[in-house]
Design a protein. Structure first.
Length: 514
């Protein structure tokens, strides 16, 4: 897999220097990496076309209803009918919101990587996410972002991530055990994997004291996510303070998750003097065991520092962002991998054969990761068909050119793994589940941004290595214990902040002899 986020902590110093240089131009948002060249003053060449094609939609509402009803289908149709750069408009004249969608890998690379400094997280969707979930690593920009990323990066180096394998295997083992008592031997993968991923990220990043948070996040996160997405695309927003039922529901849900995060932080602070709760120096964090220097320790410690590297609100917001970003995405990729394998028994048998050959009696370890390429390929193919972050949004600072079209300054722009991953120009028979698309030979011939479930460039997912490890080990644990038959053939989806399964993905379980 091509991954863009460097594990090497040295990359920070390098990136930092770049970011400062970019800041001097007034647009730095990020930690540019080797891939990223900033063109903050980019002027599109005169020959760039200003008329961007796109659906005209309804005379008054434009594409609003299509986008509301099924934005993923609307994007696919826009690509099919209008090409690689499309202009969409929604809402009545005067209140119309206009945005651009870019589908070709070259354009995606420009937005996420090579012109990353010109494409900021100022898009209305990110503004709403920021207001609801706070200024954590996913949403912050500029100096705040650099500070936060430097602080948490040591938790995501390869060595640290390998150290999380035991906790992942334990949590996956708990799910496998739970399934032994499932009613009618049938489970819904969507809710099962949600629970697994939330418990796992909570355990790894926050220690073991988060049981209470699991239920609250489970219940409240979807309410807040729905609210955020609904607000992001309406031309005229009702102020958040008004006492409408929608505002009230979202406010109550936010208050609950905030209280839970505050409680987690407070409990850890109270335990700070005990040997297990000891705060540590983030500079030496990599040298210690995961339980003694998890995310919460790093954050709480930084929150204590006199130079104010993180204030109390930032600590809580970081906790919240990591709980959310760290579970829904992995959960959906796991659920769809298992469900696709349940729908493709021959592929499931090939994957299981590999697992049976590779795994010894005990739980899987990080060392098994490279020895399970078939499992990894099935996971990557599931993330192609069901990218957990189906759409990623930005706002252009300066005008630029993409694919021969002029993107104006201030334009809202989205890239959509959902569409690029299904483009017939890039993927033969794109709807077919075919894990062999991800053999090393076939991957080598592909554009870096033909497959980008983790985003790319300086703001690529910090959790990607962890998520891959977690998913492969969980798949190995579950598939070596159970054979799966699909009960639901199709699982309906919609685009929230992450991809949402809007129906169950049930499978029937048959114990697989060990
Ligand atoms: C299949 C699993 C996952 C997928 C598909 C995924 C996808 C993404 C994508 C597309 C982005 C970039 C968003 C943008 O450019 O606007 C991102 C960023 C991020 N993800 Fe993930 N993610 C996954 C798992 C995780 C996990 C397990 C964690 C935490 C433990 C995590 C934490 C984050 C954070 C904090 C960011 C912001 C990083 C930054 O801007 O520096 N993600 N993720």
């Amino acid at each position: 897999m091509t991954l863009t986020t460097p594990d090497n902590p040295d990359a920070h110093a390098h990136a930092h220097a770049h970011a400062h240089a970019a800041q001097a131009h007034g647009h730095a948002q990020a930690r540019p990496d080797a891939e990223s060249h900033t063109h903050p003053d980019a002027n599109p060449p005169a020959h760039a076309r200003t008329e961007i094609p796109g659906p005209s939609g309804l005379p008054v509402l434009g594409s609003m209803l299509d986008l509301r009803r099924d934005s993923l289908a609307a994007f696919l149709r826009a690509h099919r009918e209008h090409g690689e750069v499309v202009r969409l408009q929604a809402g009545p004249p005067g209140l119309r919101s206009v945005f651009h969608a870019v589908f070709a890998p070259q354009g995606v690379q420009q937005i996420l990587a090579s012109e990353a400094a010109n494409f900021r997280k100022d898009h209305p969707l990110y503004e709403e996410v920021r207001q609801s979930f706070g200024n954590g690593l996913l949403t912050s920009q500029d100096a705040d972002y650099l500070r936060q990323r430097r602080l948490v990066q040591p938790l995501f180096t390869k060595r640290r991530v390998d150290g999380y394998a035991a906790a992942v295997a334990t949590e996956a083992g708990i799910i496998a055990e739970r399934w032994r008592t499932a009613d009618d031997a049938t489970v819904d993968l969507v809710s099962e994997m949600n629970r697994f991923a939330l418990r796992t990220v909570a355990r790894i990043l926050f220690g073991t004291d988060v049981e209470a948070a699991v239920d609250v996040i489970h219940r409240c996160a979807p309410v807040i996510s729905d609210y955020v997405v609904r607000r992001a695309y309406v031309p005229l927003k009702v102020p958040r303070e008004w006492p409408t039922p929608g505002n009230r529901r979202a406010r109550e849900a936010t208050a609950e998750v905030t209280a839970v995060c505050d409680r987690i932080v407070a409990e850890r602070r109270a335990a700070a003097d005990t040997p297990t709760g000891r705060m540590v120096d983030p500079r030496t964090a990599g040298e210690r065991s995961p339980s003694a220097d998890d995310l919460l320790s790093l954050l709480a410690d930084a929150g204590n520092e006199e130079d104010g590297s993180l204030d109390a609100t930032e600590v809580r917001e970081q906790v919240l962002i990591f709980l959310l970003a760290g579970h829904e995405t992995t959960a959906i990729s796991l659920a769809f991998t298992l469900h696709l394998l349940a729908r493709h028994p021959e592929e499931q048998a090939r994957v299981r054969e590999e697992i049976d050959q590779v795994l010894a009696d005990g739980p899987p370890t990080a060392a098994d990761l490279d020895r399970l390429p078939r499992v990894t390929r099935a996971l990557k193919e599931a993330m192609r068909l069901y990218p957990p972050a189906p759409v990623v949004s930005r706002r252009a600072v300066a005008a630029t050119e993409i694919g021969g079209f002029r993107i104006p300054a201030g334009a809202d722009v989205v890239v959509a793994p959902w569409v690029t991953h299904r483009s017939p120009e890039l993927w033969a028979d794109p709807e077919r589940f075919d894990p062999d698309r991800f053999t090393p030979e076939r991957e080598a011939g592909r554009h870096r941004y033909a497959w980008f479930p983790f985003g790319g460039g300086p703001r690529a997912c910090i959790g990607q290595h962890f998520s891959m490890l977690e998913s492969v080990l969980a798949l190995a644990t579950l598939l070596r214990s159970y054979e799966l038959d699909a009960v639901d053939e199709e699982v309906p989806v919609s685009a929230g902040i992450t991809l949402q399964a809007t129906g169950p993905a049930r499978v029937r379980l048959r114990p697989h002899p060990l």
